[in-house]
Design a protein around this ligand. Structure first.
Ligand SMILES: *[C@@H]1O[C@H](CO)[C@@H](O)[C@H](O)[C@H]1NC(C)=O
Ligand SMILES: *[C@@H]1O[C@H](CO)[C@@H](O)[C@H](O)[C@H]1NC(C)=O
Ligand SMILES: *[C@@H]1O[C@H](CO)[C@@H](O)[C@H](O)[C@H]1NC(C)=O
Ligand SMILES: *[C@@H]1O[C@H](CO)[C@@H](O)[C@H](O)[C@H]1NC(C)=O
Ligand SMILES: *[C@@H]1O[C@H](CO)[C@@H](O)[C@H](O)[C@H]1NC(C)=O
Length: 502
């Protein structure tokens, strides 16, 4: 028996040694959901995210995005840059999304490219950028952005059925058969296969997994359809709240919600949660596969969303593109070697920090032109110094003026209040320190960047220490000297680049 134990111990040591020698660089898995809120508690319905990530890792209580809309935020995640530096202003190619300018300016400076330079096998699974390989983007499915060893990129925007992907440059069309086509599950199977293949190769791997959930149309898997039928959308204090002191879209644009509208919001809320159950399954299988392959202890797993979401706050139906916390706060959880389990941190983490963090964990020098910083000192709890503010910026899409004030959108067949309208443009400074928890926002009557900072037509200020739900705009009564400082800070951050953003 003693010999057997010694033999087993020896094998275990050998196994550990082999792992240390051959894969000293950690693997990194990034799971990015689409439109997942944190402030409306969507994470609560995901038991595997809880047991496998939150209980085993570090939870960021103050994770934010620097722009609350898909393509710009994803561009920030991929490049480590603020919108004003990567210049993807909205979701359409004419606003920079997956446009020729994106390919010239940024595509060789994304996380995929740098991770391949750092010696990683890289794989992207799911949504890349909203217009990827659509006819008006200037590229088709044969275009694989530089740096990706495995490319399984969704054509266009999030869908659950009836979509196409570029599978390593070849078009693959999918229909509406749950077993074969449900997109969250398809991504899950591809990701699992990639892990199995990569662990045979003794090369560190990096995975970027972009789920369609819980974005509209928020189509649940059949086994989860109706799971949350009896869960109405949370009635936060700001739910269907008439706000007359906010910028024009909110104070004048939107009437209180009718009973029909409330029902639409409830249904969307339920569908969103149901789609997140499939994401939960994906998390479960990814973690189990890493464990079976013997690499879980040498893998960092990040769980994140491209921005938040509001559902009925200030009378607005399901949407983003506003500066309030529902839209700019996101889930961020990280587990992996050296990170304490089951802890929370109140340090500010941003979408622009994601790529610098990956590069730092990979032992690759973070390029100086990145605006974000590595979160490694927070992950390993080795610093007392940290930022206490950041900038939020958004540039109106300039679509239909009526989009802001309600119209029937054919894809949804419902009355929705999309905010991709004219002059929904703002910059804001969000501060979280021992003393302050506030946001100052300036609104601009333009869609075009650059904006003339200072030439604002409206301001808002909220002290979230006393007004957590941002009900009352106290710009006019706020301390003058403080507002002056915030104005200067907004101006400075609007022009920041690299080091000057830190
Ligand atoms: C896709 O783009 C490539 C490169 O621009 C081009 O050569 C090819 O003809 C295009 N294929 C299709 C089907 O449009
Ligand atoms: C959910 O169930 C309803 C009927 O109760 C059905 O109309 C709908 O198609 C189902 N949706 C999905 C995604 O299975
Ligand atoms: C909200 O505004 C509408 C008119 O736009 C009014 O009918 C309603 O009574 C207001 N509700 C509250 C709670 O003030
Ligand atoms: C960081 O370290 C401090 C001091 O040792 C400790 O009190 C705190 O709980 C740690 N935080 C995390 C997130 O691990
Ligand atoms: C916003 O744009 C519309 C035209 O699209 C214009 O009529 C309106 O005055 C603008 N509002 C503000 C506050 O700039």
């Amino acid at each position: 028996m003693g010999v057997a134990i010694m033999w087993i111990t020896g094998v275990v040591y050998l196994f550990i040694l082999v792992n240390v020698v051959y894969s000293s660089k950690p693997n990194i898995v990034y799971i990015l959901t689409d439109d997942q809120d944190i402030k409306l508690n969507s994470l609560d319905v995901q038991p595997k995210v809880k047991s496998m990530l939150i209980d085993e890792g570090l939870f960021f209580d103050n994770a934010f995005v620097t722009t609350p809309v898909c393509c710009p935020s994803r561009s920030s995640i991929l490049t480590g840059k603020y919108t004003h530096n990567h210049q993807t202003y909205e979701n359409k190619p004419e606003r920079g999304c997956n446009a020729p300018s994106w390919r010239q300016l940024n595509e060789k400076k994304t996380v995929g490219y740098y991770m391949s330079m750092a010696g990683y096998k890289t794989g992207l699974f799911g949504k890349y950028l909203n217009n990827y390989a659509l006819p008006d983007s200037g590229v088709n499915v044969t275009h694989i952005p530089p740096g990706w060893s495995k490319w399984f990129g969704l054509v266009g925007n999030s869908r659950f059925y009836d979509y196409s992907v570029s599978n390593d440059g070849k078009r693959e069309n999918h229909g509406d058969d749950y077993e074969k086509d449900y997109f969250t599950d398809v991504i899950k199977r591809e990701a699992v296969q990639f892990i199995k293949d990569s662990t045979q190769e003794n090369k560190p791997f990096f995975m970027y997994i972009g789920t369609p959930a819980p974005h509209r149309p928020a189509t649940p898997a059949p086994q989860y359809n109706h799971t949350f039928d009896n869960h109405p959308a949370p009635k936060t204090p700001s739910y269907n709240y008439n706000s007359t002191d906010k910028h024009w879209i909110i104070s004048k644009g939107t009437p209180p919600m009718s009973d029909t509208t409330k029902m639409i919001v409830d249904t969307l809320y339920q569908d969103r949660l149901e789609t997140l159950l499939s994401v939960d399954d994906l998390v479960g299988e990814v973690v189990a596969t890493l464990q079976t392959a013997g690499v879980l202890d040498n893998t960092y797993i990040f769980y994140n969303s491209d921005h938040g979401y509001h559902l009925g706050q200030f009378n607005q139906q399901g949407e983003k593109r506003q500066p309030y916390d529902e839209d700019i706060r996101v889930p961020l959880i990280v587990r992996g070697p050296g990170i304490n389990s089951g802890k929370k941190t109140n340090r500010i983490a941003l979408n622009i920090d994601i790529t610098p963090t990956f590069l730092d964990l990979a032992g690759f020098t973070v390029p100086e032109d990145m605006d974000g910083v590595s979160l490694k000192p927070v992950l390993f709890n080795t610093t007392n110094m940290w930022r206490d503010d950041f900038m939020v910026e958004y540039y109106g899409a300039g679509n239909t003026p009526s989009g802001c004030t309600g119209e029937i959108h054919p894809p949804h067949g419902q009355q929705v209040f999309l905010h991709d309208c004219h002059n929904n443009t703002f910059i804001a400074v969000r501060t979280i320190s021992d003393k302050y928890n506030n946001i100052y926002a300036e609104f601009y009557s333009t869609d075009a960047a650059p904006i003339a900072v200072g030439n604002t037509y409206f301001q808002e200020y909220y002290d979230l220490n006393t007004d957590y739900w941002e009900l009352k705009n106290t710009y006019n009564s706020a301390d003058n000297a403080m507002i002056q400082q915030l104005k200067e800070r907004a101006n400075k951050l609007y022009h920041c680049q690299g080091q000057s953003c830190h």
